[in-house]
Design a protein around this ligand. Structure first.
Ligand code: PLZ
Length: 442
């Protein structure tokens, strides 16, 4: 049954049933696992999450950019259910099946570039990033990986090594994987000498790191998010990524785009790389790919992907058939629902609302992003100093008033908006009226 698309608060948030579950959780789960908003879910669909106390909350997070086509979207549910009824698992390494190939064919077709491509499937974003590094090393015979400040690439050993931020991702979990080097990100708003110098200076520092410090012939790959997600929706300065791509091509370095958060229609294009016209050698997807079922992919140049030896790549669950069927449902929902255009329209609406709010507060430093991936960076008035307290207060206000938002940023001072693309304008407008009231309480 369709959930009524309206925000409705019937208890305190969290309500009594959520609090009961929080108590059970405390006794059964370890402390290292935390949740942004401890409201326990009963149902979700469209732009609404209903909790166990009967509150209807507006979803501006999509389970961290996963339920892009909406929670329990019809084509996802029907295709995954039908698949489950036929067979749940055989292991692609043991006895293969068609849905895996069908997902690979679509990804090969819709990813940037018309070169010959291959796709391998995995379970999570981190696992796919790890495998992109394995492909790059196998293809180049080189060890080093270059990543950027503010990057997030996962929580596995290689994933957290590639990730920039110590707390909470790396603290106490070392030693980390060797041969990982970090360059500054071309982050216009926080660039010390100002946004106009950002692309040039960041590129020069990146090039120096590779040529003078590591040695280009030791670098297997550069891994970068075309818009940094957890780092705070940082859109690299114009021209920066294109220069990095050219530099890599010139030196035989594999350019890997981590589109785990940005990919699959989120930003108003199939992939965020399309906004700058860059064509990655390898592109990593996950999150939105299968509407919430665990599925991830590495898609890229056939010669690079074929460089790993037979049997060198795999995993028990990688490319699970129900997850593959769900991904085919996601592609169907995006195409039949015109959701790429919808992402652009959502971006326009959110940006309009935020500009309007920004006119009456002095803590919004920047509004940035693309499509349905928009954030605000909050600062101390009159400066560019991070204002983490304001973000925490606003997030709390939103949660208590039935709007699910997420935070981000190396300094925790970014509020990000990642609604499902099936959310209505009415819900979005209502959600931003709640946020506006939150600013009035600061
Ligand atoms: N690459 C760009 O955004 C996951 C992290 C949630 P997994 N981002 C959400 C958390 O706190 O762990 C992400 C990403 C980018 C890789 C990943 C990792 O994807 O599916 O969580 O492993």
């Amino acid at each position: 049954p369709e959930l009524q698309q309206v925000r409705r608060i019937v208890t305190e948030i969290p309500g009594p049933r959520s609090l009961d579950l929080a108590n059970r959780r405390k006794a059964a789960l370890p402390a290292g696992l935390t949740s942004t908003a401890e409201v326990y879910v009963a149902a979700a669909g469209g732009g609404i999450v209903v909790d166990v106390d009967g509150n209807s909350l507006i979803d501006l997070g999509s389970g961290i950019a996963v339920t892009t086509v909406g929670n329990s979207a019809p084509a996802v549910v029907s295709r995954a259910s039908a698949q489950l009824a036929q067979y749940t698992h055989t292991c692609f390494l043991a006895t293969p099946y068609e849905p895996y190939i069908a997902v690979a064919e679509v990804l090969n077709r819709i990813t940037p570039g018309d070169h010959e491509k291959r796709t391998a499937l995995f379970n999570t974003g981190a696992e796919a990033v790890e495998n992109a590094v394995k492909y790059a090393r196998a293809a180049t015979g080189r060890p080093a990986v270059v990543v950027f400040e503010h990057a997030f690439h996962g929580r596995t050993l290689m994933g957290m090594t590639l990730t920039a931020k110590n707390q909470p991702y790396k603290h106490g979990f070392g030693p980390f994987a060797p041969e990982v080097y970090r360059a500054p990100m071309a982050y216009p708003y926080q660039w010390p000498s100002g946004p106009d110098n950002c692309a040039d200076e960041a590129f020069r520092q990146f090039a120096q790191l590779v040529d003078a410090q590591i040695g280009a012939d030791a670098v297997a790959c550069v891994v970068v998010e075309p818009i940094q997600g957890e780092g705070g929706f940082i859109v690299p300065a114009d021209g920066f990524l294109a220069r990095v791509v050219d530099f890599c091509r010139d030196r035989g370095i594999v350019f890997v785009a981590d589109e785990v958060q940005t990919g699959i229609a989120r930003t108003g294009a199939w992939f965020a790389c399309e906004h700058t016209g860059i064509v990655p050698d390898l592109i990593v997807t996950a999150k939105g790919l299968a509407g919430g079922l665990p599925l991830a992919a590495v898609t890229g140049r056939a010669d690079i992907m074929d460089a790993a030896h037979p049997g060198g790549i795999g995993g028990t669950y990688a490319g699970n058939p129900a997850a593959c069927a769900a991904a085919l449902g996601v592609f169907e929902e995006i195409e039949t629902g015109g959701l790429i255009d919808r992402a652009r329209a959502i971006g326009d609406l959110i940006t309009r609302e935020l500009r309007d709010i920004a006119a009456s507060t002095d803590v919004i430093g920047e509004i940035r992003g693309h499509g349905a991936m928009i954030a605000i960076e909050l600062v101390m008035p009159g400066t560019r100093e991070p204002n983490r307290d304001a973000v925490a207060a606003l997030a709390r206000h939103c949660h208590q008033n039935g709007v699910l938002v997420l935070t981000a940023g190396t300094f925790g001072n970014v509020l990000r908006f990642l609604p499902p693309l099936t959310i209505s304008d009415e819900l979005l407008t209502d959600a931003f009226s709640v946020l506006r009231a939150g600013f009035a309480t600061l």
